[in-house]
Design a protein around this ligand. Structure first.
Ligand code: ZN
Ligand code: FE
Ligand code: FE
Ligand code: ZN
Length: 267
């Protein structure tokens, strides 16, 4: 089976992933991929913002490591990208990052629902005790909508990340999803099917089938990502993700080169 590109993987520069880009590339070739993309956690304007991303002065090193993987595996198409945190007010910084290297795509991710709370951070799990899930979903999707509308990103990452630890609002979130998806459609943003959710407490691909069905109805295109933080995780559960995409109606996904999209048929 011809696999769609795996567009979400990390490198040791983010301080919580293992394996060099060449190791991921080797794994990709073994697994029958013809295209992958690196999208490590982008630096913040301040290096001490948190401790799970590369520093700004490591950006050139990151690009060099991806280029080394390209040289080692010329038969594999390797895209150069970043997973960029969207925080309101950082638009100028993100534009500066975009101008620094010939990126193929930017994944815009919301991890921070406030200036200090990353919803997927296990060390901040305690914060859920004082927050109602619907309130968190609302903050999260407000930011995700802003991220999509910023025009800074080609793909929106793990579009329902707050479910990671199994918290889910008992209320209908359709209005939150619709607002986000309308913005994504309007600004030409894709969303990714991120299989890392299957490895977390929520045991479900990001986003949920409910959100993905709405995305298809809104005409929002998709990409695929394993969010690998180790070479063994590359391409994990892609068969399941493709099945989910097909079930809701998708017959194609996107690939990116030089920040421009091209359509690929799903096998
Ligand atoms: Zn990470
Ligand atoms: Fe992420
Ligand atoms: Fe990631
Ligand atoms: Zn991610």
């Amino acid at each position: 089976m011809l696999m769609p590109p795996d567009y979400h993987m990390h490198t040791p520069l983010c301080r919580h992933a293992v394996g060099e880009p060449t190791d991921y590339a080797r794994r990709a070739v073994e697994r029958g991929f013809t295209e992958i993309g690196f999208s490590d956690h982008a630096p913040m304007p301040r290096d001490n913002f948190d401790n799970w991303r590369m520093r700004a002065d490591q950006l050139d090193d990151y690009v060099a490591r991806v280029e080394a993987a390209r040289r080692a595996f010329p038969q594999l198409t390797i895209r150069l990208a970043l997973e960029v945190d969207y925080l309101p007010g950082q638009e100028t910084w993100i534009r500066e990052l975009a101008a620094r290297h010939p990126w193929d795509y930017f994944i815009g991710s919301v991890h921070y629902v406030s200036d200090t709370w990353a919803v997927d951070d296990p060390q901040q799990l305690g914060r859920w005790k004082t927050h109602d899930p619907f309130e968190v979903w609302t903050m999260y999707f407000e930011r995700l909508t802003q991220a999509a509308a910023s025009g800074l990103f080609n793909i929106i990452g793990h579009a329902d990340l707050p479910k990671k630890f199994g918290h889910r609002p008992p209320r209908d979130c359709t209005p939150l999803y619709e607002k986000f998806l309308a913005a994504a459609k309007r600004h030409g943003c894709a969303i990714e099917l991120n299989t890392a959710g299957l490895r977390k407490d929520c045991r479900e691909i990001y986003p949920s089938e409910t959100l993905l069905r709405l995305a298809f109805e809104h005409g929002v295109p998709i990409t695929f990502g394993s969010d690998a933080h180790a070479p063994e995780e590359l391409g994990l559960n892609f068969a399941e993700a493709i099945q989910l995409a097909r079930r809701v109606g998708y017959t194609r996904c996107l690939r990116f080169a030089g920040r421009r999209a091209e359509t690929v048929l799903l096998n």
